[in-house]
Design a protein around this ligand. Structure first.
Ligand code: IPE
Ligand code: IPE
Ligand code: MG
Length: 255
């Protein structure tokens, strides 16, 4: 009891402003649309890629903050199936970021027991990007701490199309009975098959939309938006989002 109170106290002391109750209801899965890197750079007359590099620091900080309060899954939207429309230089830069991030962070993440997963289509990804992620997935496969998912070349509709194609092929091969199709079966064919639906979605930069992110999984997720640009987003903002989540009544259609 005393130990529990002491822990609660030190944790609370660390986050004096957020209003979060560190011993209260903590979301199991938090998904994040990390937006606003380009505008952050523009405001400073820097190239857009400088915003992406600054955003990487925020990823490190938020992952640590999530781990410290016992969140089990974090899903970070890093590159959408629509982001290929961006200038070639920017796409090339973004495709090098996973390696850069993992080369400096992987050892520490392993020390923390973090498990890394990539969610998204492996097609079209440059070999070096895919390789860095596969190595990280492999090296952290047995870890039982926070699961850190990077949604990369991820699109919610693309994911649903892939699921339908797999199921159609199974039906054709006589392995799946179409009359047995249900929500569980569809969920099994998504990238998130072994991951619970997000409890909380955070989007930065003032945009109030989903931009093709986790369309199936967000059905009953609590949504939280902030005008703060991703590179300016801090652990305090993160805990503010959790504090607001703690005050929400989730009804799932019931009373
Ligand atoms: C989010 O920041 C990062 C990615 C989409 C990869 P943006 O690059 O979209 O930044 P803004 O929205 O242009 O400010
Ligand atoms: C969503 O941001 C994708 C990621 C954060 C990776 P975008 O910046 O691509 O979204 P839109 O174009 O403003 O909807
Ligand atoms: Mg954007």
């Amino acid at each position: 009891m005393l130990e529990h109170l002491a822990r609660k106290w030190t944790r609370k002391e660390k986050q004096p402003d957020s209003g979060m109750d560190a011993s209260g209801k903590i979301p199991v899965h938090v998904a994040v649309i990390m937006d606003g890197n380009g505008r952050w750079a523009n405001l400073r007359s820097l190239p857009r890629v400088a915003g992406h590099r600054a955003g990487m620091k925020t990823v490190k900080e938020v992952v640590k903050a999530a781990d410290e309060i016992g969140i089990r899954y974090m899903t970070m939207y890093a590159f959408s199936t629509e982001n290929w429309k961006r200038p070639r230089d920017e796409v090339d830069f973004l495709m090098r970021l996973p390696q850069e991030f993992l080369s400096t962070e992987l050892d520490e993440l392993i020390d923390r027991g973090v498990r890394i997963r990539m969610l998204g289509s492996r097609d079209k990804l440059p070999a070096h990007t895919l390789e860095a992620l596969l190595i990280a997935e492999e090296r952290t496969r047995e870890n039982t701490g926070l699961q850190l998912n990077f949604a990369l070349n991820y699109g919610g509709r693309d994911e649903i199309v892939k699921a339908f194609m797999e199921m159609a092929a199974q039906v054709q091969a006589g392995l799946l009975d179409p009359s047995k199709l249900d929500e569980k079966e569809i969920s099994r064919h998504l990238y998130t098959s072994e991951i619970p639906d997000p409890d909380l979605l955070i989007r930065t930069s003032g945009e109030i939309r989903l931009s093709n992110f986790m369309l199936w999984q967000l059905a009953y997720t609590e949504l939280w938006f902030t005008d703060v640009l991703w590179p300016d987003f801090t652990r305090e903002h993160f805990y503010q989002a959790i504090a607001e989540y703690q005050g929400r009544a989730r009804r799932y259609g019931a009373v």
